[in-house]
Write a protein that binds this ligand. Structure first.
Ligand code: ADP
Length: 434
C-alpha cells in the first residue's frame, strides 16, 4: 500500500473517530459518526465530480490542486495521459515518414487483404497503374487491373512467379507484377515499370528474327549451287569432299535458321490460336512414324495409359514430341529403350518421354532450356544438336499452360515430363457396352 493510501485510510479512521467522539460528548455517538461519514463522502464526491468534468472537457489543470489520495490519482492520470498523447504523436510522425518514403519509391506497392481487396497503396501505384488510394479502397485488384495473366497469378497463389502486364493508364508501358504474402493473410502487390527491359527484349527478338529471315534467301541460293555441284560428275575429285561438307554445313545452317525463326515466332506469338481438343495417342503414333528413319527409332514404345484428348495447337505439340523423341534417340544407344507415355488424372495430364540412355548430370538440368545450351558441345555438334530444341519445347508448353519437368542422372537415363493442367485435358466418358 502506498503512503498516500495509508494516509487516506488513517485520515478516514481519525475523522470517523473524531465524529464519534464529538457525538459521544453530546450524547449522540451515532449522529457524530454519521456526520463524519457524510463529510468524508462529500469530500470524495467533490473530487469525483471534478475528475468527471476534467474527463469531459479534457482540461486536467485543476487536478494539480487535488488533495490527499486524489492528488496522487490526478497526477498519475495526468502523467499517463500525457504519455499517451506523446506516443500518439510519435506514431503519427512515424506513419507520416513511412508514407513519405513509400510515396518516394519508384515501384508501386499495393496492400491487399485476404480477398485481394485493396487496403492501401502508394503514389507510384497510382502513377503506374491508376490505382486511387481512397476511391479504390475495398475494390478487388483484378477489377482495377483487368488482365487474365494477373487473375491467373492471384488464383494460383504462387508467390515466386512474376508476370508482365500492360499498364492500364500509360500507353505502351509494361508492368512487372509480383505478389508477396505477409502478416495474417495479407498480400503486397509490387508493380515495377519494365518498359525499357521489354523494349530491349523485343529489339533482340526482332533482330534475331530479321537476321534469320534475311540469311535464309542467300543460303537457299548457296544450297542450290551446292546441290547442283554435288550432282555434277565433272567436278574435280579434290572438290568432291569439300562440296559434300559444304552441303552438310549449309543444311545445318538451314536447320539453325529454321529453329531460330520458330523460337522467334513462339516468343512474339499472341495467345494460342487453336484450342481444339485433339487425339494425343494418334499424334504420338504419327510422330513415331515421322522419326522412323532414325537409327534406333524402332525401339520407341508407346504406353497409352489414357484416352484423354488435349486442348491446344496440334502442330506445336507435335514439335514438342518430335524434339523430345529425337533427343532421346540421339542420346540413347541402340540397345537402350525409349518409352512415351500419355496419362491423365485429377491434376491434369502428363506426356512423358523416358529413355535408358546416357542421362544428364543434375547440375545441368536447370540450364537445359537455355538457348544454345548443350551438355557436351563438341559431341552435340557432331550428332546434329544445336541447343534450341528444348528452348522451343519450353515456349510451346508455356503457351499451353504446361511445364517441363526433367529428371535425370548421368548414366541412368532421362525422363522429360510435360505436365498439362486439368483445363487443357478433355476426358471422354467411356460408353458402357450394354
Ligand atoms: P540439341 O539440339 O543439342 O539436342 P536441346 O535443346 O534439344 O538441344 O537439348 C539440350 C541439351 O540437353 C542437349 O545438347 C543434350 O546435352 C541434353 N539432352 C537433351 N535431351 C537429352 C536426353 N534425352 N538424354 C541426354 N541428354 C539430353
Amino acid at each position: 500500500m502506498s503512503i498516500a493510501a495509508r494516509k487516506f485510510l488513517i485520515g478516514l479512521i481519525l475523522l470517523l473517530a473524531a465524529g464519534a467522539g464529538i457525538g459521544w460528548i453530546y450524547g449522540h455517538t451515532d449522529w457524530g459518526l454519521l456526520a463524519a461519514a457524510l463529510l468524508a463522502l462529500i469530500w470524495q464526491v467533490r473530487h469525483l465530480l471534478s475528475f468527471e468534468r476534467a474527463l469531459r472537457t479534457g482540461n486536467f489543470d485543476d487536478f494539480r490542486f487535488g488533495e490527499g489520495i486524489w492528488e496522487q490519482i490526478f497526477s498519475r492520470f495526468r502523467f499517463e495521459r500525457e504519455r499517451a498523447v506523446r506516443r500518439k504523436q510519435n506514431y503519427r510522425t512515424l506513419l507520416r515518414e513511412i508514407r513519405k518514403s513509400t510515396n518516394a519509391m519508384p515501384d508501386g506497392a499495393v496492400i491487399l487483404d485476404a480477398d485481394y481487396e485493396i487496403v492501401v497503396c502508394n503514389r507510384a501505384a497510382k502513377d503506374l497503374a491508376g490505382i486511387k488510394r481512397k476511391k479504390d479502397r475495398g475494390q478487388r485488384i483484378d477489377n482495377i487491373l483487368r488482365d487474365p495473366e494477373l487473375s491467373k497469378l492471384l488464383r494460383s497463389g504462387d508467390h515466386t512467379t512474376t508476370i508482365e502486364i500492360m499498364s492500364p493508364v500509360r500507353d505502351g508501358n509494361w508492368l512487372n507484377c509480383r505478389v508477396v504474402p505477409y502478416g495474417a493473410e495479407q498480400k503486397l502487390l509490387l508493380l515495377r515499370d519494365v518498359t525499357e527491359r521489354m523494349r530491349l527484349a523485343k529489339m533482340r527478338r526482332d533482330f534475331v528474327a530479321n537476321a534469320s529471315h534475311e540469311l535464309r534467301s542467300p543460303l537457299t541460293v548457296i544450297s542450290g549451287y551446292l546441290d547442283a555441284l554435288a550432282g555434277d560428275d565433272d567436278i574435280p575429285e579434290t572438290w568432291q569432299k569439300p562440296v559434300v561438307q559444304m552441303r552438310g554445313q549449309a543444311a545445318r545452317m538451314r536447320q539453325i535458321l529454321g529453329e531460330l525463326l520458330e523460337l522467334s515466332r513462339l516468343e512474339s506469338a499472341g495467345p494460342l490460336q487453336s484450342d481444339e481438343p485433339f487425339d494425343v495417342l494418334a499424334l504420338l503414333e504419327a510422330s513415331r512414324e515421322a522419326l522412323a528413319g532414325h537409327a534406333n527409332a524402332a525401339g520407341i514404345t508407346i504406353n497409352a495409359e489414357s484416352a484423354a484428348r488435349l486442348r491446344g495447337n496440334i502442330a506445336e505439340i507435335e514439335t514438342v514430341i518430335v524434339n523430345l523423341l529425337s533427343n532421346a534417340i540421339r542420346h540413347t544407344p541402340s540397345n537402350g529403350e525409349i518409352t512415351v507415355a500419355w496419362r491423365s488424372g485429377e491434376d491434369g495430364a502428363d506426356l512423358i518421354v523416358a529413355d535408358t540412355g546416357e542421362g544428364i548430370d543434375p547440375e545441368y538440368i536447370p540450364r537445359l532450356t537455355e538457348r544454345f545450351f548443350r551438355v557436351d558441345r563438341g559431341r552435340s555438334r557432331d550428332d546434329g544438336g544445336i541447343g534450341l530444341g528444348l528452348a522451343i519445347v519450353k515456349h510451346v508448353l508455356a503457351r499451353h499452360d504446361a511445364e517441363l519437368i526433367v529428371t535425370s542422372e548421368a548414366g541412368a537415363g532421362s525422363e522429360f515430363r510435360c505436365h498439362f493442367p486439368p483445363e487443357r485435358v478433355v476426358v471422354t466418358p467411356t460408353i458402357p457396352l450394354s
